[in-house]
Design a protein around this ligand. Structure first.
Ligand SMILES: NC(=O)c1ccc[n+]([C@@H]2O[C@H](COP(=O)([O-])OP(=O)(O)OC[C@H]3O[C@@H](n4cnc5c(N)ncnc54)[C@H](OP(=O)(O)O)[C@@H]3O)[C@@H](O)[C@H]2O)c1
Length: 300
């Protein structure tokens, strides 16, 4: 039987890159998503994992590998607030995992995020952590004479960058200004280019044995304001670092906003350790600062 990779959320920024990478290796990929206007790519199967979870079973076959990428940004409060994180990261996840178990899926992969933990105060992080626990519990269950247990993997990417990523879209918008006041955010990250992340994940997915946990980190360790400056300065946008006290006040104010689109989880998310470990063979990976300066429009 041909091995299939079912990417739930496979039309998003990361999912689309992973689908391209797997297909380039001659593998069969089925993307599953709602086909929403925000994503703009059409999936192979249109399905809302929150509204129609009962349909998941009909698309899975024994031996499939399921990768659950459906997720919401931690930076923008969704319509529905914390409840919406629970729905997409947990209700949909639980349904996909149950369908995978009942259909004899062999591997189930959760795309979580680096540094998230229970009790972190951010619904994004708490729901991702709970989903990891559910996957580990399911994988640990061995039924006498029952089906083979699911092989699990939890993927923890640092910030993913590339054309069209959330962080680059934001930086592109502000790069039209001559001067940008930058909050001085000390939290450090190891940004990884989306094509590098997709290649490393595809390597793990196609290995004879998957690792239980996969960190996806890039070759540079940067504070958020260093990352922003590395993008803005080559575009001749001057940056002005705001004092730490003012930064703290702005982050606190942003975290109080209850409007959709507001960075409501910012304070809790910035408190997480997002640095992770340095990657193996960093020389093979794209450096954010070099990419940022080489991808600037001519003449700027
Ligand atoms: N981007 C990063 O820097 C980063 C870093 C760490 C972790 N991650 C994690 O990586 C995963 C992918 O991130 P991304 O940047 O690719 O996100 P994205 O671009 O927003 O893509 C999300 C995907 O999920 C689908 N989706 C959302 N709600 C759904 C629903 N109810 N039913 C079915 N599909 C649904 C979307 O398609 P439709 O809208 O058409 O349904 C889309 O295919 C997420 O879980 C995210 O938390 C991302």
């Amino acid at each position: 039987m041909k091995k299939r990779y079912i990417l739930i959320g496979g039309t998003g920024f990361f999912g689309a890159a992973l689908a391209r990478e797997l297909r380039a290796r001659g593998l069969t990929v089925v993307t599953v998503a709602r086909g929403s206007r925000s994503t703009r790519r059409q999936p192979n199967v249109r399905l809302d994992v929150v509204r129609a979870p009962e349909l998941l079973g009909s698309i899975l076959e024994p031996g499939d590998t399921v990768v659950y990428l459906a997720g919401l940004s931690p930076l923008k409060r969704p319509v529905g607030g914390r409840r919406r994180y629970r729905e997409v990261h947990l209700t949909g996840f639980r349904a996909a995992l149950a369908a995978a178990e009942s259909r004899g899926v062999s591997r189930f992969v959760q795309v979580s995020a680096l540094g998230v933990q229970s009790g972190c105060g951010a619904a994004y992080g708490e729901t991702k952590t709970r989903a990891t626990e559910l996957l580990r519990e399911a994988a640990a269950q061995v039924m006498p004479n029952g089906p083979a247990r699911i092989e699990p993997m939890v993927v923890e990417p640092s910030v993913l960058f590339g054309d069209g990523s959330e962080i680059i879209r934001t930086l592109k918008r502000v790069s039209r200004l001559p001067l940008v006041p930058l909050p001085q955010i000390a939290a450090q990250i190891r940004p990884i280019h989306v094509t590098d992340a997709a290649r490393r994940l595809a390597d793990a997915l196609t290995a004879a044995q998957m690792p239980g946990r996969l960190e996806l980190t890039g070759p540079e360790l940067l504070a958020f304001h260093q990352l922003a400056a590395a993008y803005l300065e080559p575009r001749e946008t001057r940056v002005m670092l705001l004092p730490r006290s003012l930064t703290r006040l702005l982050v606190w104010l942003a975290s109080r906003l209850k409007l959709p689109g507001a960075p409501a989880e910012l304070k809790a998310m910035l408190a997480l350790d997002n640095a992770g470990s340095p990657p193996s063979q960093p020389e093979e990976l794209i450096m954010f600062s070099r990419w940022a300066s080489e991808s600037r429009p001519r003449g700027r």
